[in-house]
Ligand binder design. Structure first.
Ligand code: SF4
Length: 385
């Protein structure tokens, strides 16, 4: 779903409280009212805060983490009746799929956990770069040149549920930024080629680390007229077909930023997320998921100097939490997740007070068929060691 469509959906007709008045309330009052609802609803409410979320929202989160860890932990909570996901749309979908999967429903005698996204306009630019109709059209197009029975589709967890379901239906799998290598190895045990979407950089950086050369990784442009803008020969000789998608945040980091930091701060270490372009990833001292980035800083010697290439809020939080180290943001320009930033105190307070008063606004509910096939792709991922 495009962000434009999501914006149109942000006025929820089920609301008993209008959103507009909340936008004029001072932060102190919003904080107090949010805490009052949290106290009143107790353990039945779980507020999840993604690592890239702004601090004033994170302050109200029961759990902080990456999207998969948050969804999984919330799904295992016995007392939880409602999840308020302070992240982006695909994360709330994953939470709904995991929290309401058949065995969890059976444990709760059929009771569903409602999942709320405080602002429906909180989408993900990367996820929006691969619509299911485009992926299905690409699959059909490539089947004219190669045998798609031998192609394993792999979707990054940062994708719509419909793409996860596509992978489930076609013998494919989901990956996260921490298990992408193991997942691609799993895929090569089952097929000749991998079709990786929506993030070309994670796919490319991971496959390069596995010894696959860039010429064996054509990029599929869904807007090109034929074969994603590739020749038949390029598709026939491919090992990993990369979708032309990227994260608008991590795409901003450049090789010149790395060179500038190394020149100005001798001894500094470069720590980046694998959603960064190859030129940055290749130059980095350490590349890894948000979890690995946090753990690397936490476990380093006092006085270590870091320039970190990931979302701004996370880097600023690491800087505040680790005064014993020297933490810099790798880019001179602001790289923050603008869509996640849409979840603010007014939207959080509005969704919580509606919940308290019996209205579930901005509910995210994935249909049964999509849930079934998404779960198959997610369970394959969980089985990968
Ligand atoms: S940081 Fe990038 S991949 Fe993550 S939610 Fe924002 S736009 Fe999507």
């Amino acid at each position: 779903m495009s962000t434009d469509n999501l914006v149109a959906l942000s006025a929820d007709p089920t609301a008993v409280h209008e959103l507009a008045p909340y936008k004029t309330i001072e932060a102190d009052e919003l904080n107090a009212r949010i805490e009052a609802v949290r106290k009143q609803l107790g353990e039945s409410l779980l507020i999840l805060g993604h690592h890239y979320q702004q601090d004033e929202v994170i302050a109200h989160a029961d759990l902080r983490g990456d999207s998969y860890k948050l969804s999984q932990t919330a799904a295992d909570s016995e007392a939880c009746k409602t999840i308020v996901f302070c992240g982006v749309h695909f994360m709330a979908e994953t939470a709904d799929i995991l929290a309401n999967r058949p065995e969890k429903l059976a444990e709760r005698n059929g009771r569903r956990i409602d999942v709320i996204l405080p602002d429906m306009a909180a989408g993900c630019s990367m996820a929006d770069m691969a619509a299911i109709a485009q992926v299905e059209a690409a699959w059909e197009d490539m089947s004219e040149v190669i045998d798609t029975e031998k192609v394993i589709p792999v979707t990054y967890i940062n994708s719509a549920a419909s793409l996860k379901a596509f992978c489930g239906r076609h013998g494919g799998i989901v990956c996260t930024s921490s298990n992408a290598k193991a997942v691609i190895e799993w895929a090569f045990e089952r097929g000749e080629r991998v079709f990786f979407f929506p993030d070309q950089h994670l796919g490319r950086n991971t496959a390069l680390g596995m010894g696959i050369d860039e010429p064996q990784m054509p990029v599929w442009d869904p807007y090109a007229l034929e074969l994603g803008g590739n020749t038949e020969q390029a598709i026939e000789s491919s090992r990993v077909i990369l979708w032309k998608g990227h994260c608008s945040v991590h795409q901003m980091f450049r090789a010149e930023h790395v060179h500038a930091f190394r020149k100005q701060h001798p001894g500094i270490k470069i720590l980046v997320h694998p959603e960064c372009p190859r030129e940055v990833n290749d130059l980095a001292d350490v590349s890894g998921s948000t979890g690995k980035i946090i753990q690397t800083v936490q476990s380093s010697e006092p006085g270590t100097k870091w320039a970190i290439g990931t979302e701004l809020h996370l880097v600023n939080r690491l800087k505040a939490e680790h005064p014993e180290q020297e933490v810099h943001f790798l880019s001179p320009v602001v790289c923050m997740c603008a869509t996640m930033y849409r979840i603010d105190l007014p939207h959080l307070c509005w969704s919580l007070e509606n919940l308290r008063d019996g209205a579930i606004v901005n509910k995210i509910e994935v249909d049964d068929e999509t849930t079934k096939w998404s779960l198959i792709a997610l369970e394959r991922m969980l089985a990968v060691k």
